[in-house]
Ligand binder design. Structure first.
Ligand code: XMP
Length: 316
């Protein structure tokens, strides 16, 4: 009968059988599915699993480093980590429209792959982190769509390789279990859903390095306080975002005119509906005070109480 152990054994055999002496291109984002998929491929075919990580500078604090450390360091994977912050911040300069930001991030993601085509085009397969619910949703088990379609703007022709989908029989909790058995760090296995355009859609208005820093620091404070108080359990997503307005405050003897952080934490089953989490007021008060004191450029903190619908989980 089915266990995570037997799944791993069977999949490793199946991957070796399918791939033969070939190479597999495996894009890792730092999210649960792509991380588990990469770990499985590395276990099955070692350095013929070509793991690609694009650091667009829009992940949470420490997450890009953790991807490099886990795959490049711990697993000794064939990891190609492309540091592309310059490209993304350059392309996003001056852009404030949410849909344009999404489009720019998706397109530049594809461009990174195009620019590195010479190193990548000899891959025979493209690994894709499709899960069982995606298979069901797409109607037929043979018709699984390119899941990343939300996030990328059309793949270059040379990337239309044969697809392999080693997680297509798993539900999310099974994926997490498999990840644990494969030795992925717990933070990675438990990671919340995170939008492909990353912090780009959590920074209202222009995305700059400075504003990314503000969101990363506020987000880090918020989530470490939740964790250290045991309040993170049962939360579907929690994050800090930056609004595109300024308001007046006072710090020491000085008047400030700076930007506000919004904190959002929701419970949900499937992201279709969501409710704000009832975080104790004293915790919120400590978090707000830490953020204003520790994050330069922030002078006010809000907590978002809105349900989905009518709001969405993300702010853009
Ligand atoms: P909303 O904001 O529509 O989000 O309530 C529902 C879920 O989808 C995630 N999300 C995205 N995921 N690319 C993604 O891969 C995106 O552009 C994107 N936008 C939203 C969001 O985090 C939530 O889990």
């Amino acid at each position: 009968d089915w266990t995570s152990e037997s799944f791993i054994e069977d999949q490793i055999a199946a991957i070796r059988q399918t791939v033969g002496e070939g190479k597999v291109l495996c894009a890792v984002s730092g999210g649960v599915d792509s991380s588990v998929m990469a770990a499985l491929l590395i276990q099955a075919i070692g350095e013929r699993a070509v793991c690609v990580f694009v650091d667009h500078g829009l992940l949470r604090k420490g997450e890009a480093e953790q991807v490099v450390e886990t795959f490049g360091g711990h697993f000794h994977a064939n990891l190609k980590a492309f540091e592309e912050k310059e490209r993304f911040f350059g392309a996003l300069a001056g852009v404030t429209d949410p849909e344009r930001k999404r489009k720019i991030i998706g397109e530049n993601f594809v461009r990174v792959f195009e620019d590195h085509a010479n190193e990548l085009r000899d891959c025979d397969f493209l690994a894709q982190g499709t899960l069982y619910p995606d298979v069901i949703e797409s109607g037929s088990p043979t018709a699984a769509k390119i899941k990343t379609h939300h996030n990328v703007g059309g793949l270059p022709d040379w990337m239309r390789m044969k697809l392999i989908e080693p997680l297509r029989w798993l539900f999310k909790d099974e994926v997490r279990n498999v990840g644990r058995l494969l030795g992925l760090p717990e933070e990675m296995v438990e990671r919340e859903p995170f939008p492909g355009p990353g912090l780009g859609v959590r920074i209202l208005g222009e995305v700059t390095r400075e504003r990314v820093r503000m969101v990363q620091e506020a987000d880090w404070i918020f989530r470490s306080e939740l964790r250290s108080r045991g309040l993170h359990k049962g939360i579907w997503q929690s994050y800090a975002a930056l609004l595109d307005v300024r308001s007046v405050g006072v710090m020491g003897d000085e008047r400030t005119y700076e930007q506000p952080i919004v904190l959002r934490a929701v419970q949900s089953e499937d992201a279709m509906t969501a409710r704000a989490v009832n975080i104790p007021f004293d915790a919120l008060e400590v978090i707000a005070s830490r953020i204003v004191n520790e994050v330069d450029g922030v002078n006010r903190v809000f907590y978002d109480l809105t349900s989905k619908p009518p709001a969405t989980i993300e702010l853009e």
